[in-house]
Write a protein that binds this ligand. Structure first.
Ligand SMILES: NC(=O)c1ccc[n+]([C@@H]2O[C@H](COP(=O)([O-])OP(=O)(O)OC[C@H]3O[C@@H](n4cnc5c(N)ncnc54)[C@H](OP(=O)(O)O)[C@@H]3O)[C@@H](O)[C@H]2O)c1
Length: 301
């Protein structure tokens, strides 16, 4: 990590990570991609954003393999989060333990910094939190997270883990200027109250926000309803600050609350470097409010 890295805590876990991470759901271990993914990983470490988000289901495990290989070749320390998918056929803690072992093998590591329950399942959050606690005790997980969980499921996870002396480190949910659901469904409030990091996935709307840096007429057909006003404000702020729309959107999320840690998905070193510029872009209160007003805090359906 570089000297001027900006970090945020993963709740009360005692672990801090870069305030902005890199999503790897489109990374794959195809030989043709590996050299460029290694450059992408190196760019993240260079810019203080070496906190990588993967999952066993991304590219059928090839995202974890690519990340593990790129990290080994780079050689510098990185922080890695992955996820357990509680499919309907997975009902036992033994299945959980074996899925985690396969993830660690693919990542070429003995332990993982943060391991999430990818989504809630019929089996209930509590069962999987007990399995997580066992893995923490076994030294295979440093911090425990959940993903796509509501405030009630968060409370349940916090209670089950607390009985075992483990804090819930993070809830990873969809959160961006195009999807402000966590502000209205109680998840952001729950993160503040229970001191849990809100890891924001799709923070630039799968790239739709970065497209807003183009002239409005060029993007009109690709934007969601209501996005064009937001595009205009993002473009104005970006132009005034010598920044890009993606940087402004990420800087807005970072300013919104100290618990928010956006993870911008990218396969490209130049996009890693661009996105990392958000860490040094301090929006004024006026800029923050103008963007807030242009982006309704309800999901676009
Ligand atoms: N927990 C969950 O259920 C869940 C669900 C979805 C995603 N996630 C995680 O969250 C991460 C982020 O979400 P996401 O990847 O879906 O959406 P995102 O981060 O909002 O956007 C990613 C897209 O934007 C492009 N991009 C990135 N930086 C850019 C820039 N500066 N300028 C222009 N384009 C840029 C990327 O393409 P390039 O490759 O060309 O840069 C990619 O197409 C994922 O990678 C994954 O790790 C988790």
């Amino acid at each position: 990590m570089n000297d001027c890295a900006i970090e945020r805590p993963l709740g009360g876990s005692g672990i801090s990570v870069p305030a902005l991470g890199v999503g790897t759901n489109r990374w794959s271990a195809d030989a043709s991609d590996l050299a460029s993914l290694q450059e992408t990983l190196a760019a993240a470490v260079d810019t203080g954003t070496g906190f990588f988000d993967t999952a066993e289901i991304y590219s059928h495990g090839r995202s974890e393999i690519a990340l593990g290989q790129a990290a080994r070749k780079d050689g510098r320390p990185v922080l890695i989060a992955s996820k357990f998918a509680p499919y309907a056929h997975r009902v036992t803690t033994k299945q959980f333990a074996s899925a985690l072992d396969r993830t660690l093998e693919r990542l070429e590591r003995d332990s993982i910094d943060l391991y999430y329950l990818h989504f809630p399942s019929m089996r209930g959050v509590g069962t999987w939190m007990r399995a997580m606690a066992n893995a923490v005790r076994a030294g295979k997980i440093r911090a425990v997270g959940i993903s796509n969980c509501d405030a009630t499921q968060m409370q349940r996870a916090v209670r089950v883990l607390a009985r075992r002396g483990i804090p819930l480190a993070a809830n990873q949910v969809h959160y961006s200027l195009l999807h402000r659901q966590p502000e209205v469904d109680g998840v952001l409030d729950a993160c503040r109250q229970m001191d849990v990091a809100l890891v924001a996935y799709r923070p630039i709307g799968r790239g739709a926000i970065s497209a807003g840096s183009a002239p409005a007429s060029a993007t009109a057909s690709a934007t969601a309803p209501g996005q064009s006003g937001l595009d205009d404000v993002l473009r104005d702020v970006a132009a005034a600050r010598g920044a890009t729309a993606a940087q402004v959107a990420l800087a807005w999320l970072l300013k919104r609350d100290d618990h928010v840690i956006p993870i911008a998905g990218t396969t490209k070193p130049e996009h890693v470097r661009e996105n990392a510029g958000a860490l040094s872009l301090e929006l004024s209160d006026e800029e923050f409010t103008a963007i807030d007003r242009a982006s309704a805090p309800v999901p676009v359906t």
